[in-house]
Ligand binder design. Structure first.
Ligand code: MN3
Length: 384
């Protein structure tokens, strides 16, 4: 049995990971789970999967968990989470945390010699170079859970990296793909939370609406597959059936297809290098009929350019981009800023941060504090 630990088990990816584990009975043993605030679901999961150790980030739920699970070891807070992530008794850690705070747990798992199934793209965006070095040093692998990266990963199997011409990331274009740019001023939170194809958490749904999600995924692909940034492209594909493509030097293109269901990439990350014999909904192309593709509109979605610029400038720029995005998205979710202010505030925050050439973990933490301070001022001033 493969021993699995899941960080963020009550979120969208976490619950779907447990669904995959459910279907594959006897293959996986769940050793730990963590959640931010949903103590009720966390305890239910722990009971169902007979999990001995859990962590609840929000300390105020500690007593509740203790009552529900008197036998279990219950950790809490950031410290508890980081110590879970350092557990070296498991075979694979699923990192389904959302946002910048997911980066350090990835680092801890790698330092403990544990492979990571990574849904937290922010880990690679902020610390891709550092994490790659650490993986080499500890002989650890990262298995992408992001659907696009899982697609690329599958297309690259058996291929040699010097024969790749380009990686083409697909994106649905989000809910505002066809909305005229003049109407972007009136976008409400409720509009942005409606994703056409994927059922996801709130943060990534907003990232899809701004298309920052695709920008972050470009950076994630850059570090995961180690190809030059000029060789990574985005194509908008509203049906979300083609999950990404790889073009080789002879012009041949491979793609990976499927219905938009995260359980397929999740299962592949758990079962790699095998395709497990559990079939989720299957794709009937005759029912889909039409697959369309178009270039992304960089005027409507300036976040894409911000992401490309950040990785081209390198150093601490991607860190600043990611941290700033986390904060402004949170502000948008709290209705403190407007949709159009998201890219503007991110750009300003990046411009004002103190550039560092090759940031270590300490620098990354400092940049986080610096960006928070910068944005506090701007958001106050720019608030509606
Ligand atoms: Mn994705």
């Amino acid at each position: 049995m493969k021993k699995i630990g899941i960080l963020g088990s009550t979120g969208s990816i976490g619950t779907q990971t447990l669904e995959v584990i459910d279907k594959n009975s006897g293959k996986y043993q769940v050793d730990f789970l963590s959640a931010k605030t949903n103590a009720k679901l966390l305890c239910e999961q722990a009971k169902k999967y007979n999990v001995k150790t859990i962590c609840i980030l929000d300390e105020s739920h500690f007593d509740f968990c203790k009552r529900k699970l008197p036998e279990a070891e219950i950790l809490f807070g950031r410290k508890g989470l980081l110590s879970l992530a350092s557990n070296n008794q498991i075979d694979l850690m699923v990192n389904a945390l959302v946002g910048s705070s997911g980066m350090q747990p990835t680092v801890n798992a790698i330092n403990s010699g544990v492979d990571v199934a990574l849904s937290n793209k922010e880990s690679m965006v902020m610390a891709g170079s550092y994490i790659n070095d650490l993986c080499d040093k500890n002989n650890v692998e990262i298995f992408p859970m992001d659907s696009e990266h899982s697609a690329i990963w599958q297309c690259l199997r058996g291929e040699s990296m010097d024969q790749i011409n380009k990686i083409i990331l697909t994106g649905s274009g989000g809910p505002f793909r066809t909305k005229p740019i003049k109407d972007f001023d009136n976008i409400q939170l409720e509009d942005a939370l409606k994703h056409p194809n994927w059922d996801m958490g709130k943060k990534i749904t907003i990232d899809s609406a701004t298309m920052m999600n695709k920008g972050l995924e470009v950076i994630e692909a850059y570090w995961l597959f180690k190809v030059p940034i000029e060789k990574i492209e985005i194509i908008v594909h509203p049906q979300s059936i083609v999950h990404s493509l790889v073009e080789f030097i002879d012009g041949s293109i491979k793609a990976q297809l499927g219905l938009p269901d995260m359980k397929i990439p999740i299962q592949y990350a758990l079962s790699y290098p095998n395709h497990d014999n559990i079939k989720w909904q299957s794709l009937d192309l005759s029912k889909i009929k039409l697959l369309t593709f178009e270039s992304p509109d960089l005027k409507k979605f300036p976040c894409i350019k911000l992401a490309y610029d950040a990785i081209k400038k390198g150093g601490s720029h991607p860190v600043a981009l990611n941290v700033a995005n986390d904060i402004v998205v949170e502000s948008f979710l709290n209705r403190d800023i407007s949709f159009n202010q998201i890219p503007k505030f991110i750009e300003t925050a990046i411009e004002h941060h103190s550039y560092i050439n090759s940031p270590d973990l300490n620098d990354i933490n400092n940049i986080q504090t610096e960006i928070e301070d910068i944005l506090k001022l701007i958001i106050k001033k720019g608030s509606r």
